[in-house]
Ligand binder design. Structure first.
Ligand code: SF4
Length: 265
């Protein structure tokens, strides 16, 4: 088994939503949980739209998209609705040709979607650049996308140092797969970033030295401070991290000279 789910519902709920559509005879189906029609910040240097996919195999307590993580929160009413959403999405793209540069695909965890590759082929076929956000748990999917040059930009989360991964992502992650994804992205991606949402109290300052060694030689690393915007996956986290702080500029200094570009967002 690839993942040991601390919460049994994690896998079962996702399959309950996605699995029942495996038999759909639709050329390209992907479950779309939401669409942001324009963003200037999600895709570096591009005007883009963002597609949200439901379901995630992580349970990061600070996740600000709980409705996407628990796929039981995502309801679709039959195959027609899945098809309708797909049709509406591609009609939207047709109308935005020449106005948008790219499409960001985020989640949840998009690589869990069974037809992600076909979906991206169709988006690329319409002339849009594609940025993919991933937690790096499915290197096989990343390899396929990168080798076929279907993704123009990859943003992969580095949740923590290897020792602290399970605590930060909320499940027992397969670190070999995470490390494989890092290698694949470094070797094959046209452009990419690794990024960490820094949560004082979940992360220690010291572990960023380890992350800096791990990512040494990479193109870009982004540190982003966790901001509680009122909706997180595990509200108990608030008590755990109350009053704690971490200096992002200091963390950044660990990466300077190791990673070509280090950014704080
Ligand atoms: S932060 Fe990302 S990887 Fe973590 S649970 Fe939320 S969607 Fe999944």
């Amino acid at each position: 088994m690839i993942w040991r789910y601390r919460r049994k519902e994690t896998k079962e709920n996702f399959e309950a939503i996605v699995g029942k559509y495996f038999s759909l005879k639709v050329f390209v189906f992907m479950l779309i949980a939401g669409l942001q029609k324009m963003t200037l910040i999600d895709y570096p240097g591009k005007v883009a739209a963002t597609v949200f996919t439901p379901g995630c195999n992580f349970r990061c307590p600070f996740c600000h998209n709980p409705e996407l993580v628990h796929s039981s929160h995502f309801t679709v009413h039959g195959n027609e609705q899945v098809e309708k959403r797909m049709d509406e999405f591609f009609e939207f793209l047709e109308m935005r040709r020449g106005k948008l540069d790219g499409i960001c695909i985020t989640g949840g965890e998009p690589t869990l979607q069974p037809n992600l590759v076909e979906f991206i082929k169709k988006v690329k076929g319409l002339g849009f650049a594609v940025k993919l956000d991933s937690n790096g748990t499915r290197p096989g999917v990343l390899r396929k996308l990168l080798k076929s040059r279907l993704v123009d930009y990859v943003a992969m989360d580095i949740k923590a140092s290897p020792e602290n991964y399970a605590r930060v992502c909320g499940v027992e992650a397969n670190l070999e797969k995470i490390k494989k994804s890092v290698e694949l992205i470094r070797d094959l991606a046209d452009d990419y970033e690794f990024r960490t949402t820094v949560v004082s109290g979940l992360h220690s300052e010291e572990e960023f030295k380890e992350i800096a060694d791990w990512l040494s030689g990479s193109r870009r690393y982004v540190l982003q401070a966790f901001q509680d915007q009122g909706k997180i996956l595990d509200p108990k986290l608030r008590k755990e991290i109350a009053g704690k702080s971490i200096d992002l500029e200091k963390l950044k200094s660990f990466f300077v000279g190791k990673v070509r570009e280090v950014l704080i967002h």
